[in-house]
Design a binder for this molecule. Structure first.
Ligand code: SAH
Length: 218
């Protein structure tokens, strides 16, 4: 059963969104989408008190739900228009997936950990949030559903996955935290022509690593 979204939670959420606005997440569509998704539904009941702090949090299987600022920042960078087709890598808790869905786009999201995939699939169904959740390897993308208007990577990528560049539409955009260590550089890549790309960077962020199916998390 879902927890309640009490007036207290709603108040804390509005306060958090004010904080994010002050930090540069000013796109009102992004703020509205985040306001419509109760973040505490995506965390274990024991940690509900922390859901509206601007912090990343453990969600099990050694993974984390991204910091709210990071979710807002990445979503804003994507510059989404309703109806666009978006590929997310790293479903995790399903929180970012839900925010994307609330922006009115068609979301495909890949997760490599079965436990997290199953859990978020159930939760999103319960919440009535539409998204296509896939258990698989994000490095490969979803060629059967390509091309995508936007690609969002929510784990630290050691390099730009070639398959994901191929699956991006001409004029489409990828937002990817790049770097193999503990800190990544938020990078925006625009596909200008079949093999021509524009690139901009947006400062340092910290994500759990993007791993291939052969790698084990250390
Ligand atoms: N968007 C998530 C953030 C989850 S953290 C949220 O809002 O909660 C990043 C996730 O990426 C983890 O769940 C991790 O298991 C997943 N991941 C790592 N490497 C991956 C890969 N190659 N393919 C798909 N998912 C991957």
């Amino acid at each position: 059963m879902l927890p309640v979204d009490s007036y207290r939670h709603q108040g804390l959420r509005r306060q958090l969104l004010k904080e994010l606005e002050g930090m540069g997440v000013h796109d009102s569509r992004v703020l509205e989408a985040m306001n419509s998704v109760p973040r505490h539904f995506f965390m274990d009941l024991a940690f509900v008190e922390f859901a509206y702090e601007n912090k990343a949090f453990q969600i099990g299987a050694g993974q984390t739900i991204s910091q709210p600022y990071t979710v807002g920042f990445q979503t804003q960078l994507l510059n989404l228009s309703p109806g666009e087709k978006v590929l997310e890598i790293g479903t995790g808790s399903g929180y970012q997936t839900s925010v994307l869905s609330r922006m009115g786009v068609k979301v495909y999201s890949i997760e490599r950990q079965k436990l997290l995939h199953d859990k978020s699939k159930m939760l999103l169904k319960e919440l009535g949030i539409k998204a296509n959740l896939v258990y698989g390897d994000g490095f490969k993308g979803l060629p059967g559903y390509a091309p995508f208007d936007k690609v969002l990577i929510t784990c630290g990528a050691p390099h730009i996955p070639e398959a994901l560049l191929e699956q991006l539409k001409i004029g489409g955009k990828m937002v990817i935290p790049l770097g193999a260590g503990d800190v990544q550089e938020m990078t925006e890549i625009v596909k200008l022509a079949p093999s021509e790309y524009g690139r901009k960077t947006h400062g340092a962020f910290s994500f759990v690593p993007m791993l291939t199916s052969r790698e084990r998390r250390v």
